[in-house]
Design a protein around this ligand. Structure first.
Ligand code: ARG
Ligand code: ZN
Length: 473
């Protein structure tokens, strides 16, 4: 499901380059979507509506086999198209006919259907494959994480390539069915709900089923395979809550992990009161085995957490942060990776709001502290355009949140919180850009905010507070 500027751009170019309105010859879809930071992430020429991922995983050998079926629509006349994928492809069918395929470059699989596809045509792409994901390197590393008792597919922005072929860009979201067969006694956790209970498959194998019924970005699809204790509950609003704790957490921080993740429904209820209705069909969290995952990720409906977050005791802030992403990042996705502050700045600001609500430091105090304490180097990274290698730089998080706090001071609480809720309401299940956020902020506040955002998001220098106050007047 893609409604990206790039699509319109491609059409305009095609028209401009064609003398007569006659149909252009079918052409390759292309290896990218025009993302400024990652030009070959995602692919041109089609739009995915659904992924059906059906796998078998052998934890002992880290071996993955299976089939992904992709439902898509051609957005131009295609002689070939790309998928983003690095495992070993055995066959590809397009609309039930065998297609040619070839690996190209870092992570592309070029598919040549036996018949060309025309704009608007439905595509059913069936890819059969196998491989040992932990042996595959792309974008300079291996995003698939092997754990002592299984594996984790949890990463950003790269992750899908190691387990399913896709149009790997947050501007093309789709619904997902994920099913994985594992040896009996192994658990599989993914996103959304379980449309059915695990089933016995042959002797010694259990198949798990998960479903994301709302559009989901490819990088937010996750797998946690291994030994997990799964807890189940239902929120007062009837939303299923499914949490999973690696059974290898030491008792000391197993308790701290539970004292954090089990508060998800409470934290989400508070966030809903600030950001608007919970956008998804389920909630939860997964705590990884110690020393495996090095971060937390806002996987849709069910974030994955490094065990390290809970080593020193309960940590509600990481629960607040990853669940704030469900609105900012998951429901409203970045149209370009450059806009990452729309995810990280907003989720960091949610932590400030939680701190104030808990009486642990007001948002003003946090702003003043960071403004005074951040070193000169911090101010050299503009959060609105940090550069691909600095996607997760501290400035994206902290200066992003500071930007929101200054905006709130400038336009007032009423307009500010109206802006956050309207933003989600308008763009949920889709993607959006910083330019659109600025336009909405101007629209709601009735102010010109170009200078403000230029200073806070795009200038590699410490904003002067007096200057910000002047532009407010
Ligand atoms: N979006 C994640 C968060 O909640 C950060 C992911 C960082 N990824 C990484 N590979 N370090 O902040
Ligand atoms: Zn984050």
């Amino acid at each position: 499901m893609r409604r990206l500027l790039v699509a319109a751009g491609v059409t305009a170019l095609a028209l401009a380059g064609t003398a007569a309105p006659a149909a252009a010859a079918p052409a390759p879809g292309g290896a990218g979507l025009g993302d400024r930071y990652f030009p070959d992430y995602g692919n041109g020429g089609y739009d995915v509506s659904h992924y059906d991922i059906r796998l078998r995983y052998y934890p002992g050998e880290d071996r993955l086999t299976g089939t992904t079926t992709i439902l898509a629509t051609a957005t131009s006349d295609l002689s070939s198209f790309d998928l983003d994928f690095i495992l070993d492809t055995e066959s590809v069918l397009v609309n039930n006919r065998p297609a040619g395929f070839a690996r190209q470059g870092d992570h592309e699989l070029v598919v040549t259907p036996s018949r060309t596809l025309s704009e608007g045509q439905a595509m059913t792409i069936v890819v059969q494959y196998s491989g040992v994901p932990s042996t595959k390197v792309a974008a300079g590393y291996t995003a698939w994480i092997r754990t002592p008792d299984g594996a984790l597919a949890v990463g950003e922005p790269e992750e899908a390539w190691w387990w399913f072929p896709s149009n790997d860009h947050p501007s093309d979201k789709a619904t997902f069915d994920v099913s994985v067969a594992v040896p009996d006694g192994v658990e599989v956790i993914s996103n959304g709900v379980q449309p059915r209970n695990p089933t016995q498959e042959l002797l010694g194998w259990t198949r798990w089923y998960w479903r994301s019924a709302q559009p989901q970005a490819t990088y937010l699809a996750s797998l946690a395979i291994g030994q997990y204790d799964i807890t189940r509950d239902v929120t007062p609003d009837g939303i299923p809550v499914i949490n999973a704790y690696s059974t290898s957490l030491p008792p000391a921080y197993d308790a701290a992990a539970r004292a954090s993740v089990e508060r998800t429904a409470e934290i989400v209820a508070w966030e809903s009161s600030v950001f608007g209705p919970w956008p998804f069909e389920a909630q939860g969290g997964v705590v990884a085995p110690p020393d495996t995952l090095g971060f937390a990720l806002e996987n849709q409906t069910r974030p994955n957490y490094s065990a390290a977050f809970f080593r020193a005791g309960a940590n509600p802030y990481v629960i607040v942060h990853e669940n704030a992403h469900q609105w900012f990042g998951d429901a409203v996705s970045v149209g370009q990776w450059r806009d990452i502050w729309l995810n990280e700045g907003f989720s960091s600001y949610a932590e400030w709001l939680w701190s104030e609500k808990q009486g642990e430091g007001t948002t003003d105090e946090i702003f003043d502290y960071l403004y005074a304490a951040e070193p000169a180097q911090f101010w050299t990274v503009p959060p609105g355009d940090p550069g691909a290698p600095r996607l997760f730089n501290g400035a994206v998080y902290d200066r992003g949140a500071m930007t929101l706090h200054r905006l709130r001071k400038l336009i007032g609480d009423d307009d500010f919180f109206t802006l956050l809720r309207t933003w989600v309401k308008r763009h949920r299940y889709d993607d959006a850009t910083t330019a659109r956020f600025i336009a909405l902020a101007e629209n709601i506040s009735g102010r010109s905010l170009d200078d403000f955002f230029q200073t806070w998001l795009y200038t590699p220098a410490k904003p002067a507070l007096a200057a910000a106050a002047r532009s407010a007047a």
